[in-house]
Design a protein around this ligand. Structure first.
Ligand code: AMP
Length: 410
């Protein structure tokens, strides 16, 4: 687990702001599920899912409840739906940390943030298009270009079951690694996820899901594709895209970052899920959503040289050579007027304070010494651009700085 300090942390906040803008423009409401749930909420994600069986931070609390830190947020959102029964379609977005006991490496951490959306209560294929398009729009706003949308349909639950049977018999007679054999016993679909080169040829030769789609599933998928085409969102069909969690059906998708290593290039993904709300005690309710990893998306931004850390420099630095008390009042006044200001403490010399002013990145130093104090004035010294120091009446300071800063922004 890591600390994220400024200015990188400012970039994280901006990241969430951009996501919020995209989601809220489409009528999605912010949901804040708890960071910890009853263990059962997550085990319903599927016993064959590694994030549930191997990677969960679970423990017994002081009240003897078996709880877990959330490894993802879909389950919590579905649990919240069951508890509150909001009007459908319930369109939500979220952001925040998840916890998985994974082997930490670049782009993979034990505490990591995701932003995501979930919609509960509609089966409409046009909703799938909306959801995918929001992810796409988000990447566009970050400035990312080298993102590939991979698309698949896992069919209806019945199709999926027949496909799993076919996969099982295929893999049983194939040459697989011991790890994949173990996966096969639990969930044949997940064998397709293996990135081990020894499994490659068996996966290559495996049957594909499209041979098992029912008419309804094929039609749903055709509508999704037509919608994406109408929006000019490019996609690649990947019939072996199965995604991590067991409850997906019909549309599944992944956003791959083309600048990243292929084993680690999923920036995010999602799909339709079925049965999860029911498993949590609610009525049968269709759902669709996606989650995007903040870390990996920012790595992709670095690779493409877009969406850097925002400028967090202050506008003004107050230099007070008459004891520091004047700076107390000046900083307060300027901040109240919406101007960002910093100052020195500890009675530093004029020279040390000017050094601090330059380090702060401020556009102007506002200087108050004994002469200024006696004349009820302050001096304004431009720091970034050239230009002379001027004296202004104390009462003129705020409007004067405001017009200078406005000019500078123009
Ligand atoms: P998942 O919930 O496993 O489908 O993951 C969705 C996205 O979250 C991935 O594509 C990654 O970008 C991100 N992600 C998942 N696990 C981690 C992790 N341990 N550390 C950092 N990012 C992660």
């Amino acid at each position: 687990m890591r600390d994220i300090l400024a200015p990188e942390s400012a970039r994280w906040r901006r990241f969430t702001d951009v996501f919020a803008e995209v989601a809220e423009l489409a009528g999605y409401g912010f949901v804040i599920p708890p960071m910890m749930e009853d263990l059962g909420v997550f085990t319903r994600l599927g016993e064959a899912t590694e994030i549930v069986t191997k990677e969960m931070y679970d423990f017994v609390d002081k009240g003897d409840r078996h709880v877990a830190l959330r490894p993802e947020q879909t389950a919590g959102v579905c649990r919240a739906y069951v508890e509150h029964r909001p009007i459908t379609p319930w369109k939500t977005w979220y952001s925040g940390p998840n916890f998985r006991y994974e082997k930490p490496q670049r782009g993979r951490y034990r505490q990591f943030d995701q932003v995501g959306i979930e919609v509960l209560g509609s089966d409409d294929a046009h909703l799938d298009v909306e959801v995918i398009a929001l992810g796409w729009e988000f990447y566009r706003r970050l400035g990312l270009q080298r993102v590939e949308l991979l698309l698949n349909s896992l069919g209806e639950p019945g199709d999926r079951a027949r496909y799993i049977d076919a996969l099982r018999s295929h893999f049983e007679s194939a040459d697989l690694t011991a790890q994949s054999r173990a996966t096969l016993a639990k969930n044949p679909l997940r064998v397709l996820d293996s990135k081990r080169s020894e499994d490659e040829s068996a996966i290559e030769a495996a049957p594909t899901i499209d041979q098992y789609w029912s008419d309804a599933a094929a039609e749903h998928f055709a509508t999704v594709r037509a919608g994406l085409e109408a929006l000019a969102i490019p996609y690649t069909i990947d019939l072996k895209l199965v995604r991590g969690l067991d409850y997906y059906r019909r549309t599944t998708f992944e956003f791959a970052g083309l600048t990243l290593d292929s084993a680690q290039n999923a920036l995010g993904g999602g799909g339709r899920y079925d049965g999860l709300v029911e498993a949590l005690g609610g009525p049968p309710t269709p759902g669709i959503g996606f989650a995007l990893g903040v870390d990996r998306t920012l790595i992709a931004c670095d690779d493409e040289g877009v969406f850097g850390a925002p400028d967090t420099d202050v506008d003004v630095f107050v230099v007070d050579t008459v004891g520091g008390g004047e700076a107390v009042v000046l900083t307060h006044e300027l901040r109240a007027a919406g101007i960002s200001v910093d100052r020195s403490f500890d009675g530093r010399s004029m020279k040390a304070q000017m050094k601090g002013a330059n380090r702060s990145g401020a556009a102007y130093a506002v200087i108050v010494g004994s002469d200024e104090l006696a004349a009820d004035e302050v001096a304004i010294r431009p720091l970034r651009s050239g230009g002379d120091q001027v004296s202004v009446a104390r009462s003129e300071l705020v409007p004067d700085l405001q017009s200078r800063l406005e000019e500078g922004n123009r």
